[in-house]
Design a protein around this ligand. Structure first.
Ligand SMILES: CSC[C@@H](O)[C@@H](O)C(=O)COP(=O)(O)O
Length: 389
């Protein structure tokens, strides 16, 4: 069965509650934009593309189940106000702001002719939001294909092993995934020896969510703690060699600097030191040409208790008791905590940015030109390289 984190039909939206994973698969009903905002803020849904889609669809469901004004301008104002509110839920991932900007344009355009009704504005909004869900899956399949081809081309022959960080799979997107989509594609083409997923402290998206997806899809995989990555990359035997680290992104700045889950930066440094390729996999909705460099990206800080407490079912030495989750403290009481949710990896440490239209590489001056990828139509770009041509 295919993992589905977002279930949508007109008038109904359900999200797989990611706080309950990997032990319980429970869907939460989202009826309004406010429900969507809280689901994102509480991390019941997470991952840059999924956040944007859940936000857009939460408002679609509210519109579909509420009696709105017959006046087009009033409906447009209502939608734009809700979109601005949704954008405040989490600051670092750009996909949500990008979706809100595109949807605002749609409603403004439809509201403009005086002859158009409020219902026409609502319909245009809901159609555009639903399309985002469809497009994201198709984009991820493209990312998976181009990324897998690039890694195989740049490896030393035979099957490849890769490392990934955080969760970038079906749970973080509309389906298939970005970096995890590349791993799925490597596996589907029989090119994958093994995927290693980091635990991804402090929130454990790797051990809870990526590991869950890898087990679910029967992909050969091993869990490591974040602190084991360098030791793993040092292994150079033919059966142990890591070909690439592939991660997702929450925002890629115009120069290629990439904000992603905390811990990504140190992986990029160790990849460079060990001569291992380091790749960012992201749909173009994650590329933000309006942000010049990583220095301009706002990094979300999360509550300290996400680091000092851990939640899960009780283990009695034999079985897990799934009937109740317990929260336990794993740090000294009273210690100060710094908990940035993301870090920025400088472009100089990144070998390629995998998009749904191809892999962008640096030019002869070591610079990423992401404008080419942003302007490209999927069909017009050949696999592997769009930058550096
Ligand atoms: C395709 S998801 C890419 C990123 O959003 C992902 O790697 C990540 O950092 C998610 O962070 P999260 O805080 O769990 O939303």
């Amino acid at each position: 069965m295919v993992l589905q984190a977002i279930r949508y039909a007109p008038g109904s939206l359900q999200i797989l509650n990611q706080l309950k994973l990997p032990h319980q698969e429970e869907y939460d009903e989202i009826k309004t934009a406010e429900d969507g905002w809280h689901a994102i803020k509480d991390m019941r849904t997470r991952g840059a593309p999924a956040i944007a889609i859940v936000a857009a669809l939460s408002l679609a469901v509210e519109i579909q189940t509420t009696a709105l004004s017959p006046n087009a301008e009033e409906v447009a104002a209502f939608i734009i106000e809700k979109l601005n509110y949704l954008v405040t839920s989490r600051p670092t991932a750009v996909n949500l702001a990008d979706a809100a900007r595109k949807l605002t344009k749609v409603v403004e355009l439809v509201a403009r002719p005086a002859s158009n009704s409020g219902a026409a504005v609502s319909k245009a909004y809901c159609d555009a939001a639903a399309q985002m869900l469809i497009d994201d899956v198709a984009d991820n399949q493209g990312i998976g294909k181009y990324g897998a081809e690039w890694i195989v081309k740049h490896s030393q022959g035979g099957k490849v092993s890769v490392v990934t960080h955080c969760n970038t799979g079906s749970l973080a997107t509309a389906g298939y995934g970005t970096a995890l989509g590349v791993i799925r594609s490597l596996h589907a083409t029989n090119a994958l020896k093994r995927a290693f997923c980091t635990e991804t402290r402090p929130y454990n998206q790797g051990s809870r969510l990526t590991a869950f997806e890898l087990v679910h899809d029967n992909i050969p995989a091993t869990l490591i703690t974040d602190s084991m990555a360098s030791a793993l990359l040092r292994l150079k035997g033919p059966s142990e060699r890591i070909s690439a680290i592939v991660v997702g992104a929450d925002r890629v700045a115009a120069n290629g600097d990439t904000a992603n889950k905390i811990g990504t930066y140190q992986l990029a440094i160790t990849a460079k030191y060990h001569g291992v390729k380091f790749l960012v996999a992201a749909p173009r909705t994650t590329i933000d040409l309006g942000t010049k460099s990583g220095a301009d990206i706002v990094i979300e800080e999360r509550p300290g208790k996400e680091m000092t407490m851990i939640k899960g079912p009780r283990f009695d030495g034999v079985d897990l008791d799934l009937s109740q989750a317990e929260t336990i403290s794993i740090a000294a009481q009273g210690i100060d905590v710094w908990n940035p949710a993301f870090d920025v990896t400088p472009a100089e440490l990144i070998d390629g940015i995998i998009t749904e239209v191809g892999v962008v590489e640096k030019d002869a001056n070591g610079v990423f030109d992401l404008t080419l990828a942003m302007e490209a139509h999927s069909e017009s770009i050949k696999p592997t390289t769009v930058g550096g041509l």
